[in-house]
Each structure stands twice: as C-alpha cells, then as structure tokens.
Design a protein around this ligand. Structure first.
Ligand code: ADP
Ligand code: MG
Length: 394
C-alpha cells in the first residue's frame, strides 16, 4: 500500500489524534452493537503499547452542529472502558483550551475520548478554523474511520493540512486491502451480488461493477425495476418507473460485455412487510395486489449455483425485507451460500453486515466491512477524501 500507515510512525511519547468511526447504534443509553468499537481496538492497542497517548475522536448520529445530550459519546466511553480494561475519560468537548489542557496532561499509554465532533458545525463544513483547533490536540494524525472516509469533513480532510504525518490506522489498512482486491486484480470468476431497497441508491455501483465482474446477481427491492424493464408484471413491488430505462440499458450493457446478469425467478409475496407470512410464487405470477418482499427458494438455488466455482465474491444489499422473519430466508440463504462457496468474499453495508451476523457465518466471510456509504463509493471507483488526505509512504 502506498499510504503511510500507523506502523510507519515513531509513536514513543507522541500524542496521536486518532479519528475513528465510533458511530454505533444506542439503545436505552447503552451501546447496542459494539462491532465498530471492537474494530478500532487493534489500532488503539498498537498506539498505546508503542508509548503514545491517544486523543480519540468520532461523530455519533446527526446532532445538527450543536451540543445534544442524546448524541453524547458517554455510552461509547463506558463500553470502550470495558473492552480496553483501562479508564476512558470523556472530554467535555472536542476543541477548546480545557480540552487542550486535558490532552497535554496525558501520559504515554493513556487515552482521552473527545465529545461528539458534530456538536460543532465546522466538522461537517470541513471548516479550517475547526480543523486547526482539532490539530492542536495531537502531534500526529491517524485515520481509522474507513466508514466515514467518503466525507470531506474537518476531522477527516481539513485537519491533515495542519497536522502531519497523517497515516492510515490498522482497520483502514485492512478495509483498503480487502476492497482493493475487488478493484485490483481479483481472482476470477468474480461474482457481485446486489440487493437492498432501491436501484437509485446503487446505480453508479451497478455501472462500475459491470466493468469488472463476470457475473452480477440482483435481488432485493431493486430487482423489480429490472423485472419491470423486462415487461414482467410485479404487482405492488418496489419499482422505480423513472429508472426502468436505465435498468434496460444496464441489461443491454451486460449483454454486450458478456457479463451474466442474474435476476430472481421467484419471489416471496405478501400484502406488505407487516404481513405475518408470505408465499413463494414464480416471478411471472406475482398477483397484482401483492408485493415481492424476498427472493424465493428457486432463486436462492440459482444464485447458489451461480456462486459455485467463483473465486471472488462481493455482496452489498439484502435480498429481501430480512428484518421481518417471513422475508428473511432469501438473505440468510444467500449469506450461507457465500460462506460455503469457497471464494474470497467481501461483504459491506450496515444491513448486509447485520444479515451476515444473523446467519452466523461471519467467520467464513473473507472480509466484512464496517462501512456502508464508503464501501459503495470505494467500489464505484471513486477516490475517498479521507484516503486521499493521508500521507504517502516515501
Ligand atoms: P445496506 O445497509 O447493506 O447497504 P440497504 O440499506 O441498501 O443495504 O438495503 C437494505 C434495505 O432494503 C432493508 O431495510 C430491506 O428491508 C430493504 N429491502 C430489501 N428487499 C426489499 C424489497 N423486496 N422490498 C422492499 N424493501 C426491501
Ligand atoms: Mg442500509
């Protein structure tokens, strides 16, 4: 990797400003899922062991540029304390003299967690003055927040103009390495599977993947716009009429390039997501008053077959409304198929990662990304601001 990494830095006695993605779901004032906290532990441990003190920073939720106790990082401090087995004091703010004094007092091996960066409008505005105020807290900069690297915010982008060296953390390195394997020279055949709700969220991704993959399988809500383009009646399923023409172009393009594009051949239908049960019907037999909420068992079998022999697999987007048990089987079945196909697999997206956990197959997946938006933008082939801002290895 050409980027400077935390392992290249001399950390002894230094104060490391560590930008992490600690944007975890909360419930009743506690961390409901600590995956993202666990993911940053290797970088934290590396810095603390190397004799650095760490000023740890993150955003949480969308507090609209002003302090809001609902979005305090206090629950994160509490959970990190349990995970690390050492005190994680929470600063009252992310900038200012009091916080600077706290940062200066840190001994090697000690940690200070800053309060939510988005309590200041300067964070999302990529504001120079706010970035300078953050930069004053550290001697060097490490970014481990791959999940936020698609955003040019002050703690991700502007700060690197005032604080150097700027290096990638260990999680950032792992993410770039795993996702880079999809964009670089993947072992073929390369199979991509896309799902989720809407085509419009993922059009650029579909187009970028067409350039790279041997097979593209499409499920979830977005499949119905493709099926609509083929002239199928899809009942009340999620269709984006204004994207039908684009779906048609994508299918023509796949054909031209010799990319196999697989669509559902059956669907689990019901009146709506809240229906307690659904039934599988052929894709040409969706009743006009029902909607497709999952791929059916024939499609799971087809997609599983399409995965056999694959050497590399990338997956984003559930195959159905998997949050509801009657419509989860397609997504869980596909998760098991990917885990069992023997390929190097990369999975990303918040909901998709949750489905992998639910299926209990996380250990058999090559890499489960902690990112959603950044995962998609990276695979679209875009340069992420948070990666571009990091220093180069000399
Ligand atoms: P990720 O978070 O992994 O990137 P998305 O957010 O793009 O995934 O998509 C997940 C959402 O798509 C889920 O909330 C799921 O209920 C929804 N979804 C999947 N299939 C359908 C469908 N057939 N109809 C409506 N919504 C669907
Ligand atoms: Mg999602």
């Amino acid at each position: 990797m050409a980027k400077l990494t935390v392992e290249d830095l001399d950390l002894q006695g230094k104060r490391v400003f560590l930008r992490a993605d600690l944007n975890v779901p909360l419930a009743d004032g506690r961390v409901a899922d600590d995956t993202r906290l666990v993911a940053v532990l290797p970088t934290l441990a590396h810095c603390l062991k190397a004799g650095a003190s760490v000023i740890l920073a993150s955003h949480l939720g969308r507090p609209k540029g002003k302090p809001d106790p609902t979005y305090s990082l206090a629950p994160v401090a509490h959970r990190l304390e349990e995970l690390l087995g050492q005190p994680v004091p929470l600063a009252p703010d992310s900038v200012g003299e009091a916080v600077e004094a706290q940062a200066r007092q840190l001994e090697p091996g000690q940690l200070l967690l800053l309060e939510n960066l988005r309590f200041h409008p300067g964070e999302e505005a990529n504001d120079a003055a706010f970035a300078q105020a953050l930069a004053r807290l550290g001697d060097c900069y490490v970014n481990d927040a791959f999940g936020a690297a698609h955003r040019a915010h002050a703690s991700i982008d502007a700060i690197t103009r005032y604080l150097s060296p700027a290096a990638a953390g260990l999680l950032m390195c792992r993410e770039l390495e795993a996702l880079g394997r999809i964009l670089g020279r993947p072992e073929r055949p390369l199979v991509a599977i896309l799902g989720g709700a809407k085509v419009s969220d993922k059009l650029a991704l579909v187009q970028s993947l067409l350039d790279r993959v041997d097979t593209l399988l499409v499920g979830g809500g977005m499949a119905f716009t493709f099926l609509g383009a083929l002239g199928h009646g899809v009942g009340r399923s999620l269709v984006e009429p204004e994207r039908i023409e684009l779906a048609r172009q994508v299918m023509a393009e796949a054909n031209r390039r010799g990319v196999h594009l697989g669509l559902p051949v059956d669907a689990v239908v019901a009146e709506g997501p809240e229906s307690g049960e659904g039934r599988a019907v052929g894709i040409r037999e969706i009743p006009a008053h029902l909607m497709g909420l999952d791929i059916g068992p024939l499609t799971v079998a087809r997609f599983t077959h399409a995965l056999s022999g694959a050497k590399t697999v990338v997956w984003n987007g559930p195959m159905g409304v998997f949050e509801k048990p009657p419509f989860a089987q397609g997504t869980l079945g596909l998760a098991r198929a990917i885990a069992g196909c023997g390929a190097f697999s990369v999975v990303g997206g918040g909901d998709t990662a949750a489905a992998i956990k639910q299926a209990g197959v996380a250990e058999k997946i090559g890499y489960v990304s902690t990112a959603g938006g950044a995962f998609i933008e990276f695979l679209e082939g875009r340069t992420l601001p948070g990666v571009a801002a990091l220093g180069e290895r000399s």
